[in-house]
Design a protein around this ligand. Sequence first.
Ligand code: FPP
Length: 248
Amino acid sequence: MNSSVSPAVNDRLDVSKLPGHIAIIMDGNGRWAEKRLMNRIKGHQAGADAVRRIVRTCREIGIPILTLYAFSTENWQRPEIEVTTLMSLLKKFLDSERNEMIENNIRLNAIGQIDKLPEDVRTSLKRTMDLTGKNKGMLLNLALSYGGRAEIVDMTKAIAGKARDGKIDPDSITAEIVADQLYTRGMPDPDLLIRTSGELRISNFLLWQIAYTEIFITDTLWPDFGKDEFIRILIDFQRRERRFGNVR
Ligand code: FPP
């Protein structure tokens, strides 16, 4: 299955009990660069390599949905040079990985306020989404200009608009109707949320969707995150008992 991971690690992974949806907060690019006395930009470049590594690993193992927090609504406040670099890395990733996504049956999707992205990024994004739109092997969701609160505001506006137009009775609103107005409509909630670089917070990511998600935080900085650790986290996930608020 996964030849570059040690057999002892691979053997302990139960491929019949994999999470259906994994979400990752990719944190620590800046610290990775600072530790090496490099510019933060170098950290983001190394972070983009880690993205390629983890996408490939998920495809190899058979993870159905991977959602990566690539750029938050708050990230627009970073220095202009850093925002420009992140946008150009994103475009480069979309252009360079397009063929591999097509060959490996990966469908690309984006969640967030996509209209806020620069036009060249939107064009690359649309092209990749169009060309991979029918792929069924894996769904790669990039959270771009994404914020959980903004998503909830957008959902509220959509449902309130329907109520105003008499298309929905407010008393009949259910959790399913809410979920159907989120950017993740039609997708199962994440089973596992991984955050790299040790911070113990959610940072406005998938606020509604992670109600019962198992959380794993690692001190590893995102550019150093690799297959071996990823599989160890999956093994840890498989040992957890999920009760969804119920009793054992
Ligand atoms: C957090 O590190 C990471 C980001 C703000 C962006 C994530 C971007 C990438 C991994 C690279 C490009 C993405 C793709 C999809 C090709 P940080 O800068 O907050 O790190 P720090 O907390 O150590 O400063």
